[in-house]
Write a protein that binds this ligand. Structure first.
Ligand SMILES: [Zn+2]
Length: 280
């Protein structure tokens, strides 16, 4: 049975913390390096529902994609919602480890898992990491669809293959446009429009698209946009990451039990479709 420091060393080999963006806060949030680990829960968000799920499961470690604290804090009082997470974790001997932008840019990374879920063939990174001689690491992925499909069909595929959320999937562009090449970026990808245009793809799948960047992208070129729930675009990574740790556990004979949380932690909980005709 491994101890936490051994499991974390293995996780840091998959997603080296030094490859995270400068502004990010990755690594171990809490946990005793000498504590034994038998069960690991993978999740996107280190929120109270996930910590409660880990307690229920008897997990010793949560591996989350999003940081608990992105900036410094002066309190972990249980009177704050993040402090309550810390208290629940420590009282139940559960460690928390975060792999965020270091998991985004990894090979395989968050966008590889998204492409895999959508049955797309990855051609390479959208924004290659200059430090990778193999040219496989980096942000986002450029992918191909074989056979090409209409935008309307492709948006339906995205909605069907990603876990269900209240938001569902929105698309921008001519619904009949044939989509052959796609850029994907798990999470908020609206800072990557210039790179997506430069890649010359037919469509861009990401989350959190806002009016002005989307409107300007539409005016600029016929690029189709597919906007899914942030949580849903990153959830496929939790399955990929759990499979990676399973493989390591088998190699070392650790006998770890890995679990993937299916709790929907996307903050949006209801959706009302507009009537098709605008009220005159
Ligand atoms: Zn995210």
């Amino acid at each position: 049975m491994p101890v936490l420091s051994e499991v974390i060393a293995a996780l840091e080999a998959l997603w080296p913390p030094e490859r995270a963006e400068q502004w990010d806060a990755v690594g171990t949030v809490c946990g005793d390096p000498d504590a034994p680990v038998t069960r690991v829960l993978f999740a996107v968000d280190p929120v109270q529902e996930i910590v409660d799920e880990a307690v229920e499961l008897g997990a010793d470690l949560i591996v989350a994609h999003h940081p608990l604290y992105l900036r410094g804090t002066t309190t972990v009082s249980a009177g704050t919602f993040k402090g309550r997470v810390v208290h629940t974790l420590i009282k139940n001997d559960i460690a928390l480890h975060v792999a965020h932008t270091n998991a985004d840019s990894a090979d395989p990374g968050v966008s590889d898992a998204l492409a895999g879920a959508l049955d797309l063939r990855v051609v390479g990174p959208l924004v290659p990491d200059a430090s990778d001689p193999a040219g496989r690491r980096g942000l986002g992925r450029i992918c191909e669809l074989d056979p090409p499909v209409r935008l309307a069909e492709f948006a339906e595929r995205v909605a069907k293959r990603l876990p269900a959320t209240a938001q569902g999937v929105r698309a921008a562009g001519d619904p009949d446009r044939l989509i052959r090449t796609v850029a994907v970026c798990g999470g908020s990808g609206d800072s990557l429009f210039a790179e997506v245009r430069a890649a010359g793809v037919d469509a861009f799948v990401t989350a959190d698209l806002r009016h002005h960047p989307a409107s300007e992208a539409q005016q600029h070129s016929p690029l189709a946009l597919v906007d899914a729930a942030h949580w849903a675009t990153e959830w496929p990574w939790t399955e990929q990451a759990a499979a990676q740790l399973d493989e390591i556990s088998d190699r070392y004979g650790w006998g770890l039990r890995t679990h993937v949380s299916r709790t929907v932690t996307d903050p949006w909980t209801a959706h009302a479709a507009s009537s098709v005709t605008h009220h005159q």
